[in-house]
Ligand binder design. Structure first.
Ligand code: NAD
Length: 387
């Protein structure tokens, strides 16, 4: 079985889907691995390192056409899909909610796809959880970015010239990125307040030294499985009213609030931004899917009366080495999980694979996206042998 690792084509994408470490493990598992020249250069992995790990170098246009498995970071381009053979398997962060045309094309071409965004967030799947490994980097970098652009210190400083109070940071959304932002801001010495609609996160926030901002409790924000549900417009209005005084006193606001498959909630409106001091910084990590702040423009800097609003949509790519190291390990763990005797088996009775499979056997099969019912496997036909 052959695995191909292309160089990512998307603008600003510096990560790579396999590292020399994971290539060596894939070779040990019995795969033939081919890497597009230059695929890992921006992550600090030269072609020579891949060759030493046992990969062949295969140039872009010709490469991958005969591969059984394509490992990707971001969604596929039409050209990449066009090059794949029917029955091949692709795994990556395929943006299934946004890339509807790509998903349809994958199904049409008979390509089986595993979208890591859909991986069940279970204990067993933790080692494959690319959303977590990459979101954690985004939360960390968001705070460093804010600190580097802020016009004041984060920590409390007592100097010969007098005392500087600590910066106040508000984090909205305490998922993986938000909790890492809390931890990083605390390490830098800031006072950190956090808003989330899932009451369960209060303890986690407090264990990191953050203060939980209480919200109206009559509407529950927990949709199960650790995810948030979409709140009513009335709730969000009341939430913004509560957040106003915290935002007005903050030097930094980091927003990370997401509801899977929905537009991110609006947590910062124009009036709230106007309450912030000139020199304050907002980092909107939901920018790529619409933003938590009404004034965010994805991947642009906006200055509103001295308040700087940044909407970086791919902060993990700003730390490509470790982002690739972790992401590649996530993909390897998924491959290992799907390994049968001597080939990849997309067993649809397996909770992790069934939860992650987006297209299979020429259909969009994931229940969130399937337009028509997926073909029911009959006994003995519930596995696809990819070889
Ligand atoms: P996410 O990116 O989907 O959302 C980020 C946060 O935004 C969530 O905490 C959500 O509650 C919050 N949010 C939504 N609407 C909001 C609003 N109006 N105001 C404030 N906050 C709002 O989350 P994620 O980082 O993907 O994590 C989702 C869950 O999965 C978390 O509970 C996390 O702990 C859990 N998780 C579990 C595992 C595991 O057990 N293997 C691994 C990773 C993550």
């Amino acid at each position: 079985m052959k695995i191909y690792i292309p160089k990512e084509r998307a603008t600003g994408e510096t990560r790579v889907a396999a590292t020399p470490e994971t290539v060596a493990k894939m070779v040990e598992l019995g795969f033939t691995v081919a890497v597009e020249p230059g695929a890992g250069v921006e992550s600090g992995f030269g072609d020579d390192l891949y060759e030493e790990a046992g990969a062949k170098l295969e140039a872009g246009a010709a490469g991958g056409g005969d591969a059984d498995v394509l490992l990707k970071v971001g969604p596929l381009t039409e050209e990449e899909i066009g090059r794949l053979r029917q029955g091949a398997t692709v795994a990556g962060l395929l943006s299934p909610y946004r890339e509807k045309e790509t998903v349809a094309l994958l199904a049409q071409k008979g390509i089986n796809s595993l979208a890591l965004e859909l991986l069940p967030r279970t204990t067993l799947a933790q080692s494959m959880d690319a959303l977590s490994s990459q979101a954690s980097i985004a939360g960390y970098k968001a705070v460093l970015l804010a600190a580097s652009r802020l016009d004041r210190y984060f920590p409390l400083l007592m100097t010969a010239a007098g005392t500087i109070p600590p910066a106040r940071v508000v984090v909205m959304g305490a998922g993986v990125a938000g909790l890492q932002a809390v931890a990083t801001a605390k390490r830098l010495g800031a006072v950190v307040e956090v808003s989330d609609i899932r009451a369960a996160v209060k303890e986690e926030i407090e264990s990191l030294g953050g203060r939980f901002i209480e919200l109206p409790t009559e509407e529950k924000g927990d949709a199960g499985g650790g995810y948030a549900k979409e709140m009513t417009a009335d709730f969000l209005h009341r939430q913004r009213e509560i957040l106003k005084q915290h935002v007005g006193a903050a030097s930094v606001v980091v927003t990370t609030a997401q509801v899977p498959g929905k537009k991110p909630p609006v947590l910062l409106d124009e009036e709230m931004v106007a309450l912030m001091k000139p020199g304050a910084v907002i980092i909107d990590l939901a920018a790529g899917s619409g933003g938590n702040c009404v004034l965010t423009r994805a991947d642009e800097e906006t200055n509103v009366d001295g308040v700087l609003i940044l909407g970086p949509s791919n902060l993990a790519a700003s730390m490509p080495h470790d982002a690739s190291v972790l992401y590649a390990r996530n993909l390897l763990a998924l491959l290992e999980h799907a390994m049968g005797e001597d080939s990849l088996e997309l067993d649809r009775d397996d909770e992790i694979l069934a939860g992650t499979l987006l297209t299979f056997g020429g259909r969009v099969v994931h229940p969130h996206f399937a337009e028509s019912p997926a073909p029911q496997p009959t006994v003995g036909q519930d596995k696809e042998l990819v070889s």
